[in-house]
Design a protein around this ligand. Structure first.
Ligand SMILES: NC(=O)CCC(=O)C(=O)O
Length: 268
């Protein structure tokens, strides 16, 4: 499976319209990959809390439409990072906004949505402004060499909750995708936890972080692809960068057979 992780950098001065056009061009340049991944909340701004309400949109809103067209033009499965989703049907006790990932097929069809389950902010930001997602999502991504790969979805702060990944594993995931807006000051946790999830669940982990500084938060970059043995296949630095990785997906089941630690679980 050929994967591109687009570690996007942005600041406070670029409009959402300009950033969306730039992202569409970056996705367009990834034709030939099976799966292209963008970071969390790249259009709304990962830590730009005050802009989220104004930048919220439906899953068929302007950013989603641009992503759909970009997936179709490049003929790739596109994990569009996430948007601030505003839904039509809202629980009267809820906030009516979610941090929602959108996955588009190579024909541009929206094939999966995932609402971030663990909200980051300790009483600020996400927990006060957004509702928590409840549903686990595993999506089958087609690969040019034949067949599909089951990919489990998660977002940023979710990475700190290993039980989520165990449940995705139990739903058949062989790859975990983690788009993020993870700050530089905790980036060692980001790289370490990604490798831990790969080792403990014997899954490939694809982490796509944000770069640059926005809303006074310096982002950590260091996107990475980790194989099911915990080996780092590719790693980015601090700046905007696209990682292109060829993943041997058959190696995951070979490793699970050779080192069958998951068969020794006793508390599932
Ligand atoms: N956007 C996020 O979920 C940030 C998570 C984070 O900074 C952390 O877990 O540390």
């Amino acid at each position: 499976m050929k994967v591109a992780l687009i570690q996007l950098a942005y600041g406070d001065d670029e409009s959402v319209v300009d950033r969306t056009a730039r992202v569409a061009d970056l996705v367009g340049a990834q034709a030939g990959h099976d799966l292209v991944v963008l970071p969390e909340l790249w259009a709304a701004g990962g830590f730009d809390y005050t802009a989220w309400d104004e930048r919220a949109e439906a899953v068929d809103g302007p950013v989603a439409q641009a992503l759909s067209a970009a997936a179709r033009d490049a003929r790739v499965t596109l994990h569009g990072g996430s948007i601030v989703e505003r839904a039509d049907a809202v629980d009267p006790d809820g906030r009516g906004l979610w941090n929602t990932s959108l996955v588009f097929a190579p024909d541009g069809e929206l094939v999966a949505t995932y609402r971030k389950i663990h909200r980051f902010g300790f009483g600020e930001g996400e927990p006060t402004l957004m509702d928590a997602g409840e549903d686990l999502v595993v999506v089958d991504v087609p690969v040019a060499t034949g067949g599909t790969v089951p990919v489990g979805l998660s977002t940023c702060y979710d990475l700190r909750f290993p039980e989520l990944y165990r449940r995705l594993l139990d739903r058949g995931a062989e790859v975990f995708v983690v788009p993020a807006a993870w700050p530089r000051k905790r980036v060692t946790h980001w790289t370490l936890l990604g490798q831990a999830r790969a080792v403990e669940d014997q899954c490939v982990v694809l982490q796509c972080n944000t770069a640059g500084t926005h809303a006074r938060h310096e982002m950590g970059g260091h996107s990475q692809a980790v194989d099911a043995t915990g080996k780092v296949l590719a790693a980015a630095g601090l700046d905007e960068e696209v990682l292109s990785i060829d993943i041997d997906t058959a190696a995951t089941s070979e490793w699970r057979r050779a080192f069958p630690v998951l068969a020794d679980r006793r508390l599932s």
